[in-house]
Design a protein around this ligand. Structure first.
Ligand code: DAH
Length: 341
């Protein structure tokens, strides 16, 4: 072995010892200068290499390069383990415990999910359980069994999405009433939140898909007073103890009598403001006493049982609650909006 290669090997052994004993970044810096500095070992060895006899040069050059590379690797890993704190830090560089921790990004529930969960939780306390139904429905469940006459405009293909096989995208959560009643006998006390579809032209208050939460209570002796007190309890739990509820006569084929119901305006508490268009009331949705024809359609005896039902728009509640003035923002996945929840 040439004396050049021997001296490189010797120095590398020394470098390994030096690096192993380095306990802080100051001593590591000294080592860096000793080996890699302008007058350091490798710089001088590079000069010596020029003087090596021609026939030894290839081997000598190779050893030089290998050693230089190996040194860099050893040096980097020594630096890395010092940074990682595997050696006890010297007094000057204790970790700074006052630095803020790493921030973890939390996701959040979508406002629609929040409203659905809050509504369901309120009804659960009254003994309602959550039921579910398919988004692709039969005409029977969505219309026929709900006593919807054949000429009713909601059946029109201009209002409802029909599939080639004759089924449809449900236009309301009311068909879940039918599915639940077909499966069990009274008493029935369910709420059914879910997605619905209508052939609307999208604008600030209309969307092709939206959400409702349906309620149904059937038993012996259920009355309109039960309906009103249930809606009042719900309103007070949702928006506050001074909320009021008002029922207005309306028509739905699946209820008789039918009503639309309003909550007293949560912004002005009934005094009249921009949100409630000075009426003091906010329209929420429809409800009524289950039509005896619907009970008969699922095989319940209307002489023995009565019930109430209601359905409300989740988006409508979310928009009132969070002061959202355009329904479309709920579906756009815009983080600037969603991160506020
Ligand atoms: N399904 C009705 C709608 O989408 C809302 C509704 C009204 C549901 C009255 C009911 C009800 O259960 O009794 O407009």
């Amino acid at each position: 072995m040439s004396s050049f290669i021997a001296s490189i090997n010797e120095k590398m052994a020394e470098a390994e010892r030096d690096l192993a004993s380095a306990s802080d970044s100051a001593s590591l810096e000294e080592i860096r200068i000793k080996y890699l500095g302008r007058n350091g070992f490798f710089s001088r060895a590079a000069d010596d290499l020029k003087l090596v006899p021609k026939e030894e040069k290839p081997d000598a050059g190779r050893s030089f390069n290998t050693a230089r590379k190996k040194f860099q690797e050893l040096f980097d890993s020594a630096l890395e383990s010092l940074k990682g704190g595997s050696k006890s830090p010297s007094s000057g560089e204790r970790p700074d415990l006052t630095l803020p921790g790493r921030k973890r990004k939390f996701g959040a529930k979508h406002p629609i999910s929040r409203v659905i969960e809050d509504c369901a939780a309120i009804f659960r306390r009254l003994g309602f359980i959550v039921a579910d139904g398919p988004e692709i429905e039969t005409v029977f469940h969505n219309f026929d069994a709900l006593n919807t006459p054949l000429h009713h405009p909601s059946r029109d293909p201009q209002d409802t999405f029909y599939l080639p096989d004759g089924r449809l995208l449900r236009t309301q959560t009311s068909p879940v009433q039918i599915r639940v009643m077909q499966k069990q006998s009274p008493p029935v006390r369910i709420v059914a939140p879910g997605r619905c579809f209508r052939r609307d032209t999208p604008d600030a208050t209309h969307s092709l898909n939206f959400h409702q939460i349906e309620g149904l209570y059937v038993d012996a002796g259920v009355s309109m007073a039960d309906l009103k007190s249930t809606l009042l309890f719900f309103a007070r739990e949702l928006v506050g103890p001074d909320a009021d509820v008002r029922l207005r006569p309306h028509f739905f084929p699946f209820t008789e009598p039918s009503v639309e119901y309003d909550f007293s305006c949560i912004m002005c508490r009934g005094k009249g403001c921009r949100i409630c268009k000075n009426s003091g009331w906010l329209e929420i949705s429809g409800a009524g006493m289950v039509n005896p024809a619907v009970l008969a359609n699922v095989g319940y005896d209307p002489e023995e049982y009565s019930g109430f039902a209601f359905g409300m728009g989740i988006e409508r509640i979310a928009m009132i609650r969070y002061a959202i003035n355009d329904i479309r923002i709920l579906y756009e996945n815009d983080l600037r909006f969603l991160e506020q929840f």
